[in-house]
Design a protein around this ligand. Structure first.
Ligand code: DAH
Length: 346
């Protein structure tokens, strides 16, 4: 009986070594299957003398395990394992081969976020710190304390995203329409903490207005606000700061101009333009980047600062406008559509 088992093992292993992938099933049926040779040998166990049974039984089990392991190894080697186990014994993988997907697109931060950071960096070199305010504001900070009185048309519900009903609620909440709100927040916090000017901050962030979207308008965009409060601040300081900013960010021959204008929270007020080439096929032209002026005494009073003692300037620019000027982007919608073919160029 032991001889029979040895023979089965020897011939089985020899046949297996010669088998191809298609022959594995037949081999398995011949040796390990229900009608296979091992099963037949097992049936012969009952004729084995009682004292030999344990040894023969053990040998039978050992041959079965050997053949099963050999089958798995052979299947792996032929790449036909069908149930894993092929990796260790299968064909060697060349891990240095390029993958089937040749290019993995590398992500990067959006151009608006990068411009925003660049602007903060330029102003930081001029001594401005960064301040933040909430996007969900109330009309007290968006309007009243900025000297925009109740009857002012800028407060119309049609021009703002109110969250509360402005006719029902005392200080209705709204999505801020300008970052000038942060001027008020900064001064309020400073005084509440027992501090005093000088204050020199910039505040970049999102603002919201229900404008119809076109090449130069969007219902959400970004502004960067600036505020400098100290004793003896003048319009000359404002103009110098803006001019230095323009040269630092746009280059040595940046051209700027201030045009007299009106904002409720500054007096005098101006609009800030820059000579910008938006399209390669058009000559540069004056583009309005934002507003600026000397902080109105009413704003100081609303925040609890004595306007006889303190002076200051403020400015607010559209970040999209600056990005469009700097990178010659002709349409603001390109900044929000997130077409990778556009974003990849920046
Ligand atoms: N908040 C104004 C706007 O959104 C821009 C502005 C004008 C900001 C004058 C200022 C300023 O700080 O002094 O149109």
């Amino acid at each position: 009986m032991l001889d029979t088992l040895n023979d089965i093992e020897t011939s089985a292993l020899a046949e297996l070594a010669a088998a191809d992938a298609a022959g594995l099933d037949a081999w398995k049926a011949a040796y390990l299957g229900n009608k296979g040779k091992l099963k037949a040998a097992m049936a012969g166990l009952k004729d084995v003398a009682k004292e030999d049974k344990p040894a023969v039984g053990q040998r039978l089990n050992a041959v079965k395990s050997t053949l099963e392991a050999a089958l798995e190894a052979r299947a792996g080697a032929l790449g036909a394992s069908g149930g894993g186990g092929g990796a260790a014994t299968g064909p060697k993988l060349d891990l240095t081969e390029p993958g089937l997907i040749q290019s993995h697109a590398l992500g990067r931060r959006h151009i608006i976020m990068r411009v925003r950071e660049e602007l903060v960096e330029v102003f930081a070199r001029m001594g401005f710190e960064v301040a933040q305010g909430p996007e969900l504001e109330d009309d007290e900070h968006n309007f009243i304390k900025l000297n925009i009185p109740p009857e002012h048309p800028a407060r119309e519900p049609i021009d703002n995203f109110y969250v509360d009903d402005p006719d029902q609620v005392g200080t209705p909440r709204m999505l801020r329409s300008q970052t000038s709100t942060v001027q008020i927040r900064v001064l309020e916090t400073l005084l509440a903490e027992g501090g005093a000017p000088p204050v020199k901050v910039v505040s970049p962030g999102r603002v919201y207005r229900p404008d119809t979207v076109d090449a130069t308008h969007s219902f959400m965009f970004h502004q960067i606000e600036g505020l400098y409060v100290d004793r003896g601040v003048t319009m000359a300081d404002l103009k110098t700061t803006l001019f230095q900013f323009a040269r630092a960010y746009f280059g040595e021959d940046a051209e700027i101009r201030l045009r007299p204008s009106f904002f409720p929270f500054t007096e005098p007020s101006a609009e800030f333009d820059m000579m910008i080439q938006l399209r390669p096929d058009e000559p540069p032209k004056w583009v309005e980047l934002g507003g600026c002026g000397m902080v109105d005494p009413a704003v100081f009073e609303a925040c609890g600062l004595d306007p006889e003692e303190w002076t200051g300037f403020a400015f607010g620019f559209g970040i999209e406008r600056i990005a469009m000027g700097r990178y010659s982007i002709p349409d603001i919608r390109m900044l929000f559509e997130n077409d990778v073919r556009f974003l990849e160029q920046l």
